[in-house]
Design a protein around this ligand. Structure first.
Ligand SMILES: C[S@@+](CC[C@H](N)C(=O)[O-])C[C@H]1O[C@@H](n2cnc3c(N)ncnc32)[C@H](O)[C@@H]1O
Ligand SMILES: CC(C)=CCC/C(C)=C/COP(=O)(O)OP(=O)(O)O
Ligand SMILES: [Mg+2]
Length: 297
């Protein structure tokens, strides 16, 4: 089988047969970071329904569903609520892909444990190819796909999203769900532009620093240090897309919609210590949570 053959290889061989060397020392660090990540805030939320996300949530908190904080079941309900908001975020990303056919190929660039890939397949019925730097994440995602009996349609591979194993124009849709802050944006948009068919759709949900603030704030620097990433500005996204035949069709500021998630998360037992940086930077206007959907022209 060639790398670009769309027939899915058995999931185990897809990840264990060949693990490419990282393209840069930085990518090696990021692969190790995600290979070792096991934060309860991610695993316990994923355990709610088997969709494992590494992104944040949007939407209003359902206080009626949470009930009384004194209730012994409150923490369990809180975890379910945070997870519901994270899945709602992925749903909004998928909404912006538009209509996809059963025979289309979708590319989940920086797929993590594969939650968004599974949701995309469940919604559109088409093949979804995920790429991640982490062999552990790819194994996890492929195991979930096998457990769900969708391994012929959903697959994760260890590879660099700046050099993806897809033919030019092969994908009808592609996305980055909170994964674009690990790469040069011009290189990333050039690669999405290459793999997308003309008329295809690219969507990203990302945190970006706000050019109106001036420069990355101390909170943004703290988030970068926490995750070993490099948050770009909103301006850089626009420029990188414009330079690569990706024409924004929708730009949505999701900041007001993500704040309830963070404020709820800050009250939970699963806090990681980064909540204050997100809340403060969203509130002081230095950081924004945005969705950008673009047409490949
Ligand atoms: C915060 S997680 C997001 C995971 C997933 N998109 C989600 O929403 O659950 C970031 C992901 O980006 C991936 N990543 C970072 N740099 C990458 C690169 N150059 N190529 C492929 N994946 C990359 C990491 O391996 C990780 O899976
Ligand atoms: C919006 C920005 C700047 C995102 C940075 C990328 C990132 C680490 C996302 C969440 O991952 P996670 O779900 O593993 O993080 P956590 O453990 O905090 O939930
Ligand atoms: Mg998380």
């Amino acid at each position: 089988m060639t790398d670009t053959d769309l027939t899915m290889a058995p999931a185990a061989s897809a990840t264990s047969a060949f693990i490419p060397a990282p393209a840069t020392p930085y990518q090696g660090d990021i692969a190790r970071y995600w290979d070792h990540e096991a934060r309860p805030v991610n695993l316990r939320l994923g355990d709610v329904d088997g969709l494992y996300h590494h992104h944040y949530g949007i939407g209003d908190v359902d206080h009626a569903a949470l009930g009384d904080t004194a209730d012994s079941a409150y923490e369990k309900k809180l975890i379910a609520e945070l997870h519901r908001l994270e899945s709602a975020q992925a749903d909004v990303l998928l909404d912006h892909l538009g209509r996809m056919g059963h025979t289309d190929l979708l590319v989940d660039a920086g797929c993590g444990r594969g939650g968004s890939s599974v949701m995309a397949h469940q919604r559109f019925g088409c093949k979804v190819e995920g790429v991640t730097l982490s062999a552990k994440q790819a194994e996890f995602a492929n195991r979930r796909a096998r457990e769900l009996g969708i391994e012929d349609s959903v697959r994760a591979r260890v590879c660099n999203m700046l050099d993806m194993p897809f033919e030019t124009g092969q994908a009808a849709g592609s996305w980055n769900n909170e994964s674009s802050m690990y790469v040069d944006l011009h290189d990333l948009m050039a690669e999405h532009s290459r793999v997308l068919a003309v008329g295809g759709r690219y969507v990203t949900i990302t945190g970006c620093w706000n050019p109106r603030y001036g420069q990355p704030s101390k909170w943004v620097s703290q988030i970068n240090a926490h995750f070993e990433c490099n948050i770009h500005s909103r301006r850089e996204y626009m420029r990188a897309m414009a330079d690569n035949r990706l024409v924004p069709q929708a730009v949505i500021d999701l900041t007001p919609e993500t704040l309830p998630y963070w404020e709820l998360r800050a009250t939970s037992s699963l806090v990681t210590g980064i909540e204050e940086a997100f809340i403060n930077s969203y509130k002081d206007g230095s950081f924004q949570y945005v969705l950008i959907a673009a047409d490949r022209v």
